[in-house]
Ligand binder design. Structure first.
Ligand code: FAD
Length: 478
């Protein structure tokens, strides 16, 4: 009667349908995590994600230990590890929560049928999304490409089931099974360079950290509709890495807020409704990845395949290091490098800068985000980059080009955000904080800023770059 629960991106005990199914069978439950980056296709976890995963596995192992269970950590091909575990424990039931990345779907399908041929029942569940991607289609039976139409359809479905509590006990297999786990350090997830000191201060990976953030955010959600756009204030939930690793489920969030009023979300403009709509964008991102699996490497809009992107190694490096001479862009890129996270408004601005001011392929940006974000998520990252490039579903039109200076003046009017991440500009008055290259010499001198020395001159002329971007866009429009 022994069952195996294969933990992947569902690193929690609360509201975990696969774990519940294993427990419902009544026998022993063997929890396993298998590190197999070679099975992740072109997108194995980046540096920041690996750091997070290490901490999160530690937290999950502790949570399991408190319930009399012990996490088995393994590496290698999933099918081989699972088959070996089944043989050792005589398990006849293997279960997991579904993932929606193309490589994971292909691997899981193969694992499921191989286990079945060995007489082992393999059952998967949806523990990651409020609405199953397969079920939602338009009247022609095709997938939606416009968010509001998609979300409206989702909201006609019954309300997502209530989240379940964590079990108080998880029965362990007999010690005679002699199960061995690798030490976590053996997975070598943590970086060898000294890079994560600030991340350690900033984040508490694991289910308890997620619940603490949700508790705090519930008190602040009323202000979300306005505060979410201001990078200088903590106006968003910062739950994205926890959602990515499944340390909290969207159902837990839905029911902790006013999910029961979900049919009004589309119309309503209150903080909770606005927030659940953003959770809806996460759903949409997974939905698109499921229905259009080539989008991590190809634009959804085929006409963008011939876009005349440039090569510009120096520009890319300046962008990555936060040295472009545009304060809002540089502040965002430094926040990313330091904390593994960046505010959504600033993500849009830095992405637009890479694509439209530098004319670099959005994939260059997506790859950098993939390596440096603690919430790097194939679905949401692909959606965010294709949205900004104008080549994805329901995307911003290409000709909508963010002006990084006016974006800063509008959303960081008092320069709080820029001063936090670019201390060398902190003494500039508000009127010049977003545009130091236009500041009078005297003001710069008083603030201790020497352009080209203490802070870079702008690496492009935004007006000229805008014209060049529109001309390049003209080429693919014919
Ligand atoms: P909140 O504002 O508190 O939102 C709550 C949750 O809703 C988030 O945690 C997230 O799960 C979801 N969400 C919010 N906005 C979006 C969105 N636009 N698309 C999809 N889901 C959303 N998000 C990721 O989780 N991983 C990524 O790799 C990622 N890459 C991005 C790349 C670009 C170029 C852009 C423009 C956006 C990207 N986003 C990504 C979306 C968004 O920026 C983050 O989800 C958000 O900033 C996370 O902060 P939060 O948890 O405080 O968000």
């Amino acid at each position: 009667m022994t069952s195996i629960i294969w933990f992947r991106q569902d690193l929690r005990l609360e509201d975990n349908p696969a774990l519940n199914a294993a427990l419902a069978r009544g026998g022993a439950v063997v929890p396993v995590f298998i590190w197999s980056p070679e099975e992740e296709g072109a997108w194995p976890a980046g540096g920041a994600s690996r750091w997070w995963l290490h901490q999160s596995l530690k937290s999950l192992a502790n949570d399991l230990a408190k319930r009399g269970s012990s996490l088995i950590i393994a590496k290698g091909r999933a099918l081989e590890v699972l088959t070996d575990l089944c043989a050792k424990t005589k398990a006849t039931f293997v279960t997991w929560n579904r993932r929606f990345e193309p490589a994971a779907i292909a691997r899981d399908t193969a694992v499921k049928s191989a286990l079945k041929t060995r007489g082992i029942e393999a059952v998967s569940f949806n523990g990651a999304l409020l609405f199953e991607p397969l079920a939602i289609k338009n009247l022609e039976g095709k997938p939606y490409k416009v968010f509001t139409q998609y979300w409206r359809k989702c909201l006609t479905y019954p309300e997502p089931a209530k989240a379940t509590a964590a079990p108080s006990k998880i029965p362990a297999p007999p010690t005679a099974c002699k199960l061995e786990s690798l030490p976590l350090a053996e997975l070598k997830l943590e970086p060898t360079i000294h890079w994560t000191a600030t991340m350690e201060k900033e984040w508490t990976p694991g289910a308890a950290g997620a619940l603490a953030l949700l508790k705090r955010f519930r008190k602040e959600v009323g202000a979300y509709a306005d505060a979410r756009n201001i990078p200088g204030v903590a106006g968003t939930s910062r739950l994205s890495p926890y959602l990515h690793f499944g340390e909290i489920s969207p159902r837990q969030i839905w029911h902790a807020l006013s999910g029961q009023h979900h049919r009004d979300i589309e119309q309503a403009s209150g903080g909770e409704e606005c927030y659940l709509r953003e959770i809806g964008w996460r759903e949409f991102a997974h939905y698109l990845l499921y229905h259009f699996p080539t989008t991590p490497t190809e634009p959804l809009r085929a006409d963008f395949k011939g876009f005349p992107w440039k090569r510009n190694a120096r520009g890319l490096k300046a962008w990555q290091r936060g040295q472009t001479g545009f304060p809002l862009v540089d502040a965002g890129m430094r926040e990313l490098w330091t904390t593994g996270w960046m505010h959504n408004r600033v993500r849009m601005v830095v992405a637009s800068f890479l694509i439209k001011d530098l004319l670099l392929d959005w994939q260059e940006g997506a790859r950098w985000f993939w390596d440096t974000l603690v919430d790097a998520d194939l679905a949401s990252n692909t959606l965010g980059w294709q949205w900004t490039a104008g080549c994805g579903a329901d995307a911003a039109p290409f000709f909508r080009i963010f002006n990084p200076t006016t974006q800063g003046e509008k959303f960081d009017a008092s320069g709080t955000y820029v001063r936090r991440w670019i201390p060398e500009l902190s003494k500039l008055p508000d009127a010049h904080i977003h545009n130091p290259s236009e500041a009078p010499v005297e003001i710069l001198r008083t603030a201790g800023v020497t352009l080209g020395k203490t802070y870079p001159k702008p690496i492009v002329d935004h007006k000229e770059a805008r014209e060049a971007a529109l001309a390049a866009f003209g080429q693919i429009r014919g």
